[in-house]
Design a protein around this ligand. Structure first.
Ligand code: NDP
Ligand code: MG
Length: 384
């Protein structure tokens, strides 16, 4: 029986995780569930999953959550310190599925405690990859990738020193075939309508700009210890091949599967075993074709920005990711236009110097400065 702490329980990954846990009660039990603001949904989840602990990051959610869970015996907590302390409690697996930089401190706490982390919160590695992997090395904690491409690569990766190239696939997003002019006036509703995957709003917009794939290159670098020269991206509109590893002998191993996050989540939950899932089976005869093309960095400049940040290292990936979070938020709120997301990120990167980051405090400082700059660049554009 694996005891699980689920951070980000109310989100898209959280919901899929709970579905798999509920289908396998003999294998998994929920120790703690945690989320940001949605105390009502968290209360329902805590009851339904028989969690022992429920944590809400927003302190204002403490009283209503406590009232909603009165009489259940569930231990109710609130605030960031409680989130971090809960993540450090001994369990078999922490599922890190908070969105954005808010996931950094609890993910680090789990790794420092030596707990295996099923990592969906890619921002933790993008912003603080060196800090996270160093903590994992010190404590012996393992990071199991949940992000579908990285999970795919994890499944086919052996002898990393014999790898000549790791390739992440990208669907190309909803605007794969559009010109820049045709992308100028797209709405948030169009941008979040992903052709293949159902995901949270922020990552859906990141898929539309291709920033998601750039962030995933940075994630892959930290997960697999492979430099940018051995990492590549291919656009693959069917989203059936999730990742490929080419070995020095010319063999290429790929993982295929339906575009359903429950496949990689199930892999990470059950690893090193496998569990059945209810997903629709991959039917290659029905799919008929697998297409691949080079990404177009001129139409999707966010990818090139991320590649440059990866090459530069230090604080650059954190600045990129923080500016992107702000810019995506401004786009979703209707304050800036779709193509301005990459503009705001580029302006923020230009405005801030490169610097090394060695601790979570330094990462937090770089993150805060990048957010402040990005907010002012976005506000400037919104006024125009
Ligand atoms: P959602 O937006 O659906 O969910 C986000 C979750 O984070 C919610 O549970 C939310 O709680 C919680 N949260 C937000 N802020 C805080 C905070 N300050 N403290 C604690 N919890 C917080 O996101 P997704 O599930 O789509 O994505 C989660 C992570 O997984 C992201 O990093 C994303 O990049 C990654 N990922 C997602 C994929 C997908 O298919 N969805 C695929 C690959 C990676 P509340 O609702 O209560 O505010
Ligand atoms: Mg992915």
């Amino acid at each position: 029986m694996k005891a699980i702490t689920l951070l980000g329980a109310t989100g898209s990954i959280g919901t899929s995780t709970l579905d798999l846990v509920a289908r396998n009660p003999e294998r998994f039990r929920i120790h703690a569930v945690a989320s940001g603001r949605d105390w009502a949904k968290l209360a329902d989840i805590a009851r339904a999953s028989s969690a022992r602990v429920a944590v809400i990051a927003d302190e204002g959610g403490y009283r209503p959550l406590r009232e909603a869970l009165a009489g259940t015996g569930i231990d109710v907590r609130a605030g960031e310190a409680a989130m971090v302390a809960t993540a450090a409690e001994p369990v078999d697996l922490v599922v890190a599925a908070i969105v954005g930089a808010a996931g950094l401190a609890p993910t680090l706490a789990a790794l420092e405690a030596g707990t295996t982390v099923a990592l969906a919160n890619k921002e933790a590695l993008i912003c603080a990859g060196d800090v996270m992997t160093a903590a994992a090395r010190r404590s012996g904690a393992r990071i199991l990738p949940v992000d579908s491409e990285h999970n795919a690569i994890f499944q086919v990766l052996e002898h990393v020193e014999r790898v000549s190239r790791i390739v992440l696939t990208a669907s190309g997003g909803p605007f794969r075939e559009r010109s820049r002019a045709e992308m100028a006036d797209v709405t948030p509703a169009e941008a979040v309508r992903h052709p293949n995957w159902s995901m949270g709003a922020k990552i859906s917009v990141d898929s539309a700009t291709l920033m998601n794939k750039g962030l995933e290159l940075i994630e892959a670098h930290h997960l697999f210890g492979v430099g940018p020269d051995r990492l590549g991206v291919l656009v693959h509109p069917q989203s059936l091949v999730h990742g490929l590893v080419e070995y020095v002998d010319g063999s290429v191993l790929a993982q295929l599967g339906p575009a359903d996050m429950r496949v990689p989540i199930a892999h990470a939950l059950a690893w090193p075993e496998r569990i059945p899932t209810p997903v629709k089976r991959l039917d290659l005869a029905m799919a008929a074709r697998l297409d691949f093309e080079e990404p177009d960095r001129a139409r999707f400049p966010a990818l090139a920005l991320a590649e440059a940040a990866l090459a530069a290292g230090g604080c650059r990936p954190c600045v990129l990711s923080a500016a992107n979070e702000v810019a995506v938020g401004a786009f979703l709120d209707g304050r800036i236009r779709f193509l301005e997301i990459a503009d705001v990120v580029a302006e923020t990167l230009e405005a801030l110097p490169a610097a090394p980051v060695a601790t979570l405090a330094e990462v937090a400082a770089a993150d805060a400065e990048a957010r402040a700059r990005a907010h002012s660049f976005a506000a400037h554009r919104a006024r125009r």
